[in-house]
Write a protein that binds this ligand. Structure first.
Ligand SMILES: [Zn+2]
Length: 350
């Protein structure tokens, strides 16, 4: 999940950096160096610093024909499994001989989270791996990994898709984010990317950081550097369901067709639901959570979507929708603490 943040104040806009791989005989990310028409695998080595190092796997498909560089990244949250499995699958599907341009795939940024089954954060330093961009080398593991991903992946790509989903404790319906920067040309391309990806609910983000030096999220790190990019979410609560994985795999392939990196037409969605605002519903009490609606349910303002009891069954909080809209996700487990998110309600644009 990409959580809500307050608006940044800096108005500086990055100039578009043209990272086109058109004239490169080889293309490298970390230790993966691919010749034209070939695939290479390797890793972005994050050296030890104030804490342990890590090694982030990467696959590079340097297409036989020239074209743009598309980066696909998942597993910043290492237990958002459907998104990770989708990119594992794409690594097996793509054929560099058929690609125009270059595809960088980073399927699992947060290996400690995946291996230890810890949601939301990197257990090595307790930080979200989609919150510390553009990163720095004199910080903890997440800061250093974020810095190297900025240098090795973001700066080398023209377009980026950051894949997420509901975490272990989040029952999420699929949706994507379209960031509106105010740069008409860039926003047109990212809008066409998000429509080509094909998820039927799209959140319009107009409050994202504008300062490339304080970009926080991976997608915003690319967006603030002038690269049309999107974030997509599918999968929920530790599951790897075929339809969630297919939606993510097919979405990436469709965006490749939109960018003319693969033959054929994108499967562009014509009438998605545009979500203009996301309103979080938080718990006023610590206790046992019981949901009353499923992910994706449309609710009216004030409708009861769940309740919290104390540990002996007494109801201590009734969770009511703070706005009318669609339940983008709802807490999937009984563990509930004061101020934790019970649900996110997406208010549909009129
Ligand atoms: Zn996530």
């Amino acid at each position: 999940m990409r959580h809500l943040i307050t608006a940044a104040s800096c108005l500086m806009l990055a100039l578009a950096g043209l990272a086109s791989a058109q004239d490169r005989a080889t293309f490298n990310v970390g230790s993966a160096t691919a010749a034209r028409g070939e695939k290479a695998v390797g890793a972005i080595e994050v050296p030890a610093g104030s804490d342990a190092g890590t090694s982030i796997p990467v696959a590079v498909f340097h297409g036989a024909k020239p074209g743009p560089v598309l980066a696909l990244v998942s597993g910043a949250h290492g237990t958002e499994y459907a998104s990770i499995i989708a990119l594992e699958k794409l690594i097996g599907l793509l054929n560099p001989a058929e690609i125009s341009g270059t595809v960088i795939i980073v399927p699992l940024v947060n290996i400690p989270s995946f291996e230890r089954k810890v949601p939301h954060v990197n257990p090595v330093d307790g930080k979200s791996m989609n919150r510390m961009y553009p990163g720095k080398m004199d910080g903890t593991q997440t800061d250093r990994a974020s810095y190297l991903i900025t240098k090795q992946v973001v700066e080398k790509c023209d377009n980026l898709i950051d894949l997420h989903g509901g975490d272990l404790d989040e029952s999420l319906r699929p949706y994507s984010y379209w960031t509106k920067t105010g740069n008409e040309q860039q926003d047109r391309i990212s809008r066409e990317m998000v429509l080509a990806f094909g998820l039927d609910h799209i959140i319009i983000s107009a409050d994202r950081p504008k300062d490339p030096q304080a970009s926080r999220y991976l997608e915003n790190t690319a967006t603030t550097r002038g690269k049309p990019s999107i974030t997509v979410e599918a999968g929920h609560a530790g599951t790897v369901e075929a339809d969630d994985v297919a939606a993510l795999v097919n979405g990436c392939l469709s965006v490749m067709r939109y960018l003319k990196m693969a033959p054929g037409s994108p499967a562009t969605i014509e009438h998605p639901v545009w979500v203009e605002k996301v309103v979080p519903l938080t718990s006023e009490q610590t206790g046992v959570f019981y949901p009353l609606v499923r992910r994706g349910t449309y609710v009216e303002q004030g409708m009861k979507v769940g309740y919290v009891t104390d540990y002996l069954g007494k109801v201590i909080f009734e969770a009511r929708a703070p706005a009318p809209g669609v339940v983008l996700y709802i807490c999937a487990v009984p563990s509930m603490t004061k101020d934790a998110t019970i649900a996110n309600i997406g208010v549909v644009a009129r």
